[in-house]
Design a protein around this ligand. Structure first.
Ligand code: NAD
Length: 256
């Protein structure tokens, strides 16, 4: 019960990493608001977790993280339902990309920047203000990616947005330390969620081979780390990137 008594808002909580993290947080004693653009799926996720013996510990709210007023409203909803906010997990994201010179400069740039970059900025701003108003401190965890630290095929825009998440995390840790707020980014590698599962078995095998255990990471494995980072046990992890990529970033090529 390492999150006993904490209240968390988890964006993109209806699927993949966010869903696994919502379930893990509740099992660790937290109250969770699942915030997602897909309200039906968020409500279904909340109902499923509640039915596992956690009635009253989980709620759902619709949010488009690209709209600041909606992110503010989601924070306000968490406070209304559970009385306060202790943790925000800025995790909603979309992927995709084309070769750079094939880009439509609006369609292949703006949507990803609006969700993956602006959405995290808005989460930090709205939650940061709430933490300051409460005077309780708080934790901001944001999902970057291995692509936030390197160039990769078909990811010009996505890499930029995910790099911004790392920069936001450093600056937020610095600026919000006086309010007792911590900020951490995570960089997942290849995780078995709808973002990856849409690809062919062949491509998924290639993705798996890029990690040291030669398998896709389970969303639950990321959730375990996020729960630790959100807990008081991680109090000295601040302003930094926690790599959750099963060795992807330190390894180049298998010799066999
Ligand atoms: P997913 O598609 O399963 O979950 C993403 C969730 O975000 C969905 O429920 C979706 O409805 C929600 N969402 C999308 N746009 C939104 C918006 N504008 N407002 C609110 N919610 C919105 O994917 P996932 O793999 O669990 O992705 C979670 C995060 O992890 C993303 O930020 C993604 O970029 C990042 N990531 C994933 C991988 C991977 O291999 N799966 C690797 C690195 C980083």
């Amino acid at each position: 019960m390492r999150l006993d008594g904490k209240v968390a808002l988890i964006t993109g909580g209806a699927s993949g990493i966010g869903l696994a993290t919502s379930r893990k947080f509740v099992r660790e004693g937290a109250k969770v608001v699942i915030a997602d653009i897909n309200l039906d799926q968020a409500e279904a996720a909340a109902a499923a977790i509640a039915a596992e013996g956690f009635e009253g510990s989980v709620a759902a709210v619709r949010v488009n993280v690209s709209v600041f007023a909606e992110v503010e409203a989601a924070v306000a909803r968490a406070v209304e339902v559970f009385g306060k906010l202790d943790v925000i997990f800025n995790n909603a994201g979309i992927a995709g990309g084309k070769p750079l010179l094939e880009h439509d400069p609006v369609a292949d740039y703006e949507p990803i920047i609006r969700v993956d970059q602006d959405g995290v900025y808005y989460g930090i701003l709205a939650a940061g203000r709430q933490f300051r108003a409460q005077g309780t401190g708080g934790v901001i965890i944001s999902t970057s990616s291995i692509y936030g630290e390197q160039a990769a095929e078909l990811s010009f825009t996505y890499s930029a947005a995910k790099a911004a998440v790392i920069s936001f995390t450093r600056s937020a840790a610095y600026e919000l330390a006086e309010y007792g707020v911590r900020a951490v980014a995570i960089t997942p590698g290849r995780v078995g969620t709808p973002i990856i599962n849409q690809f062919s078995e062949e491509l998924k095998a290639v993705f798996a081979s890029e990690q040291l255990r030669n398998k896709l990471t389970e969303p639950e494995e990321i959730a375990n780390v996020v729960a630790f980072l959100a807990s008081d046990e991680a109090n000295v992890i601040n302003g930094t990137v926690v790599s959750v990529d099963d060795g992807y970033s330190v390894f180049k090529q298998r010799l066999d």
